[in-house]
Design a protein around this ligand. Sequence first.
Ligand code: ADP
Ligand code: MG
Length: 590
Amino acid sequence: MTQIFDNPAEFADEALDGFVAANRGYVARVDGGVVRSTEIPAGQVALVVGGGSGHYPAFAGLVGPGLAAGSACGNMFASPAAGQVYRVAKAANAGGGVLLSYGNYAGDVLHFGQAQLRLNAEGIETRTVTVTDDIASAPIDQPEKRRGIAGDLTVFKIAGAAAEAGLDLDDVERLAIKANYRTRSLGVAFDGCTLPGANDPLFHVPAGQMSLGLGIHGEPGISEHPMPTASELAELLVSKLLADKPEDAGERVVAIVNGLGTVKYDELFLLYGKIEKLLTAAGLSVVEPECGELVTSLDMSGLSLTLLWLDDELEQLWAAPADTPAFRKGSMSPRAARADVGATQAGVAQAGAVTEQPTVAAAELGRLAVAVLAEVRDVVVEHEDELGKLDAIAGDGDHGIGMRRGVDAAAAAGKAASGSSVQRILEAAGEAWSEKAGGTSGALWGSAVIAAGQSLANRETYASADAAAAVKAFVRAITELGKADPGDKTMVDALLPFRDAFLAELDGGTPLDRALAAAAAAAQSAAAATAELRPLKGRARPLAEKSLGHPDPGAVSFGLIAARISQFIDSELASVAVAGQLPETAGNGA
Ligand code: ADP
Ligand code: MG
């Protein structure tokens, strides 16, 4: 039971504030998480980790020299928003580029992915290595579907040591990938954990039973067993992990026994002793093991075993010193305090407000963007219930409310940025959309709106080629982040026909407003046609059969939005804005 709090809604934030207050020599609070409070040598790669709160010392407890440069900290068990990741990464960046690393969960993948696109677009080279160590979460031939659990520590440690050694981003990324490939974990739970303010645990394990492979947020395990003895448990964990070892594993391993919350250290040590004997008996040498709480799940009763299969390069990096609030190894020379943390963050916080000089054309297009966002909000509000009902058929029913939250925030943020360039306005709108909407569609729409804004930039003039480029950037953001293929039954099935029709019409010399109308019509009929498809991505996948005969909610909302924008542009086109700013189109007789 989580008992100590004033307001459960503030739990994650207040716990983080207190953590920083207790560890000022290591970390400083920034908007979205924490960064090192000590100097990071110029040009060093910044390892930025993160995830939901409730897993201490993952993730903020692993920030310090030799390990992470910063951590983005989401709400309890919830991914940080893309904007949080972005702001933490900007504050952590020391000029050597950023490696994002986190456990492989859908929400984290979308939000960190969106942050990565944005950092790269701004010239901060950013890569990603997701941690996929949990062998219970998918078979050995589908490593990309595996979740990240206590193996976060080995991947972060290797990457952090590589960064500390001064290796460049290519090498740090390569080593993190190798560490992840050679890390395997398996967990067991004896009972569930309780979120602050909740009366009941997220899940229960029946009394006297043990669940094998249960995830750190209660994701279903692979089997239930009568409570074993310590020797039986050691045997079970070791045999399962040895059966899943990587090719060219070698004979030297790091072993980590990790407590998930309420298992006592004495119990962990007792188990570790038995595990080490079994590993030795299997012909392995155990190198610099760890036994303690390294990735937890609130008050979950459970533990996990992790093996990192070493090679020479990994062994050196594993043994290298590190100095963080929760993980210390060897000795490191003291670091000077970093003077600029506050300043960096202030700069980041104000990034949206920094004075820019919008060109006349970019400001004009910005005004149009604010008006379009208001239209988008109106059409979503009109269809909110219908979109929710459609999502409830095979999804979780939140597409209406999620889109509503996103567009409300986006329209307000766009309006607040009035007078700026179209780029600034769409960046502000997209960021607000992503932070407020939640859900898959929020991350995708937010990212797409930002990408379109960055594509339109702050130019002296705009022509229809710029509209084509913006549509391409919008679509690319969604396909790169969501990785859905045509036919997966997602918004992509309406998006691609929209893009293709729009580009083909413009290519053929059709004026912008007519091209948009044709594209919107293509999107709407493609959205309707998704009724024939079975969902292969997203939350609706497990209920594929129920979804047959009903169109995909995300495709439908995209079609509705495209149609409304087209109507609006039609009515506006005769008047000043677009005709003046899109000379090519105007010249074509718009
Ligand atoms: P969630 O699925 O997180 O509850 P929403 O209900 O708001 O989010 O959005 C659901 C819609 O998101 C789906 O109807 C689909 O169109 C879209 N979607 C889901 N996954 C993907 C993906 N990987 N790529 C593109 N679109 C996706
Ligand atoms: Mg949904």
